[in-house]
Design a protein. Sequence first.
Length: 150
Amino acid sequence: MKLKKLIGDYLKSTRMMQIATTVNNKPWNCTVYYAYDGDFNFYWISKPTSRHSKDIIKNPNIAGVIVYDQQPPQKAVRGLQFEGTAKLLTGKEEETASRFYIEQLNREKALLEDIRSGENPHKFYRIKPSKFVLFDKVNFPDNERQEYKL
């Protein structure tokens, strides 16, 4: 199975990820709902006052994890880790993010308008991954760690 297709299948099967930021050697982790595009860019919304949003302004380097839903007694590890850069979106990039987010997460069509008006205190962010590490003992039993660079 091609690695790029398998990563795409993982992304289709889940909508939550954990992202990790760091500033001054102090790491922080949080969970967000995400949407993605064909280039594996991730989009999410957060309040600019949240710790991870403030961290991204100071240090855009980010890491994340998407765990494939597994139920016992399954014993094979499956998960997706990534690293890349994140940023607060504005203008056309914000419009692009909103289209993916609204469609994939079934959100109200007025989400972007509500954000821009200030009625909704969130902002759109994007992660541009540079590398994925897939752990998948189901599809790769002899070498479960697979790396995919973008």
